[in-house]
Ligand binder design. Structure first.
Ligand code: SF4
Length: 649
């Protein structure tokens, strides 16, 4: 039988420069898939409790998706895993591009690194033959330059993942870059690669990837492609601003169908919702203290999706993606071409810092991608610094002469350059808001918006309380990719998974804030589904189209021949999620310590704008969510019987 997985991993010990191929038994794939699931399995079982994230015991894994290369669509994502030096918790980061199939083409489902190399190295794999090579000549180059150098040497077909100067300097908000600007940015795992003195991976293999029933895979993919191709008459990006304004004022809403969002992504990319998100209260502004009134349409029109689209020269698709939300754009700056900035980057470097200058957002986005620094955390930390300056906690002396003021583009650019280079105040800020606040003191922590040390994404949980649940309760805190109220509506899981509730056709916005068992059930369903999807290597944006149209469960069955029910697949997601939580408990994490900062919860509610008067009581929401997984409702720790039931112990 053709299997969708390669059945082995590569374990590289950088301390003694040895490499071991290991066969992974079938039952591990049956329980965890690969991707994030296999990563969690290896890290939970092999990393000693209390391992220093920046020490030799941390294990960094590059994990391909279980469905990658099987003929399924939207399944080209890979997951970077490790213990996060930013949060001290389970850490992962997700990325597209072409790196996921490259891991499998080299004959592995995942490549793991432990130890610390005595000198800078990179890993080169030609087919299945792996070699550690001296990286002295490429150390110090930015991520894009390094990729170009390595591709000149090994051919354009080779897939490259690399750290930039931020990772080399162990910035705790650094990530790993591939495809000249796609970045596995979250959790600070670039610093783990940097401390290990591992500059890059270069993969060049040709191994075939199988599937149990290729004809069924094709049939399912044709069905999916039909939905992705379905055009909706969307002409102007500025229309969405009006939709956002309407959503702000209407007291009654209806469940959203992700087909509309997919069409927006197809045409404009994730930035298609810039103005709408600001108008409806989804985008945090002015370091989470502002509202749409601070960034009205007159300002937000300067980051209108049409202006961004007009710079696009060619669309960009990750491997096996029929949608292509990415783009390569022409810029006015020193780099002729750049990846189209994502919504997250535009808002973190834009509205959060009150910066309305689109050219500077393009410029900073490229600069941060080349440096290998997370745009969300970088923008959020800059916004924190601006507020500290405004409050007199930081002075001109501290900033090296920079006037950190809201909307001052010049000083924002200069500040972020300092962060990348760890220069002056930038050194203090290069590890994110929580660590910077602790070093600054003087009450700065009040303005550090984080969950467990990680800056949350640009989706305000006061607008969609589901975001605050997931920011606060996920094993990797501060993340927006595991669930939200909106995600549950778009995944449409109730169409396949028995027992899950269908949202009402019309409901009041106020009802989103009510705490009841259904909220816990739907939030947990999102986490389980996304943990499964991250094992499979599926893209979140594809999944927004709906589980019947992007048939993840059916693809898994066709790829494996397992014939599991959707409920049984959801149980795999539940196991992965519980294993990540068990990882945290093993490493001494107290889940309650990860609740997001009180400003983002609305503990002091806003007095104007879209989120006026809103407060999300995560203290009261947590027990219900934890209970859905069989975790202790007071502490969030998985119960012994749960671990036994899931065969984790
Ligand atoms: S939708 Fe966008 S992020 Fe997702 S796989 Fe396609 S191109 Fe990549």
């Amino acid at each position: 039988m053709n299997k969708p997985y390669m059945g082995k991993i590569l374990m590289v010990d950088l301390s003694n420069q040895t490499m071991t191929e290991e066969a992974i038994p079938d039952h591990v794939y049956e329980q965890y898939l690969s991707g994030m699931g296999l990563g969690a399995y290896i890290l939970y079982n092999r990393m000693p409790a209390g391992a220093d994230p920046l020490g030799p015991e941390n294990i960094l894994g590059f994990c391909s998706g279980f469905l990658t290369g099987t003929g399924s669509l939207f399944s080209g994502r890979w997951t970077l895993v490790g213990k996060s030096p930013l949060t001290g918790c389970w850490g992962d980061a997700n990325c597209g591009g072409t790196f996921s199939p490259a891991i499998k083409h080299c004959g592995f489902d995942a490549i793991f690194f432990k130890g610390i190399s005595p000198k800078p190295v990179y890993l080169y794999i030609k087919n299945s033959k792996a070699t550690l090579k001296d990286a002295a000549d490429i150390w110090g180059h930015d991520a894009v330059e390094t990729e170009e150098i390595l591709k000149q040497q090994y051919g354009q077909k080779a897939a490259v993942a690399v750290i930039g100067p931020a990772g080399e300097k162990c910035s705790l908000i650094s990530g790993v870059c591939s495809d000249k600007g796609r970045i596995a940015a979250r959790s600070g795992l670039g610093a783990v690669m940097g401390i290990k003195r591992l500059k890059a991976l270069v993969l060049d293999g040709v191994q075939q990837i199988g599937a149990h029933d290729p004809a069924a895979m094709k049939r399912l993919s044709r069905h999916c492609a039909k939905w992705v191709r379905m055009p909706l008459p969307l002409t102007s990006g500025s229309v969405f601003a009006r939709v956002g304004s309407f959503l702000r004022v209407t007291p009654v809403v209806f469940p959203q169908d992700g087909l509309l969002y997919a069409n927006i992504l197809k045409k404009w990319g994730t930035g298609g919702m810039n103005q709408a998100s600001i108008e409806m209260g989804d985008s945090p502004l002015k370091n989470w203290s502002g509202s749409n009134r601070d960034f009205p349409l007159a300002k937000s029109k300067k980051i209108n999706p049409d202006l961004i689209k007009n710079t696009e020269i060619v669309k960009y698709h990750c491997y096996s993606c029929p949608l292509g939300c990415g783009g390569i754009c022409a810029t006015k700056g020193q780099h002729a071409h750049t990846h189209k900035p994502e919504y997250e980057s535009i808002l973190a470097l834009g509205g959060l810092c009150m910066n309305e200058d689109l050219d500077s957002i393009f410029y900073l986005n490229e600069l941060l991608n080349r440096a290998g620094m997370d745009t969300i955390s970088a923008g959020a930390t800059a916004a924190f610094a601006i507020e500290c300056y405004e409050k007199g906690i930081l002075t001109k002396e501290d900033t090296g002469g920079l006037e950190l003021k809201w909307g001052n583009t010049e000083s924002l650019v200069a500040l972020i350059k300092k962060m990348i280079n760890r220069e002056g105040i930038g050194d203090l800020l290069a590890d994110g808001t929580k660590i910077a606040a602790a070093k600054i003191g003087k009450g700065a922590i009040e303005f550090a918006i984080h969950a467990g040390g990680q800056e949350p994404a640009m989706h305000d949980g006061r607008n969609d309380p589901g975001f605050n649940v997931h920011y606060s309760l996920e094993p990797s805190p501060g993340r927006h990719t595991l669930g939200a109220h909106l995600y549950y509506e778009m995944f449409q899981l109730w169409k396949c998974v028995k027992g899950l509730p269908r949202p009402s056709l019309l409901y009041t916005k106020a009802s989103k804030y009510k705490i009841n068992p259904e909220k816990a059930q739907t939030a947990a369903a999102c986490s389980k589904f996304m943990s499964l999807a991250n094992g499979a290597g599926m893209c979140l944006f594809g999944l927004f189209i709906g589980v019947k149209r992007v048939p993840t469960f059916d693809w898994l069955n066709a790829a494996t021949g397992w014939q599991l029910t959707p409920e049984e697949y959801m149980a795999i997601g539940e196991r992965i999620q519980t294993l990540k939580q068990a990882f945290n408990i093993k490493h001494g994490v107290e889940p309650r310590d990860n609740f997001i900062s009180s400003r983002a919860l609305g503990k002091v509610p806003q007095t104007e704008g879209a989120n006026k008067g809103r407060f999300v009581d995560v203290e009261k929401l947590a027990p219900g969510y934890w209970d859905q997984f069989g975790w202790d409702t007071t502490t969030g720790k998985p119960k012994e019987e749960t671990l036994r039931k899931l065969k984790i112990k």
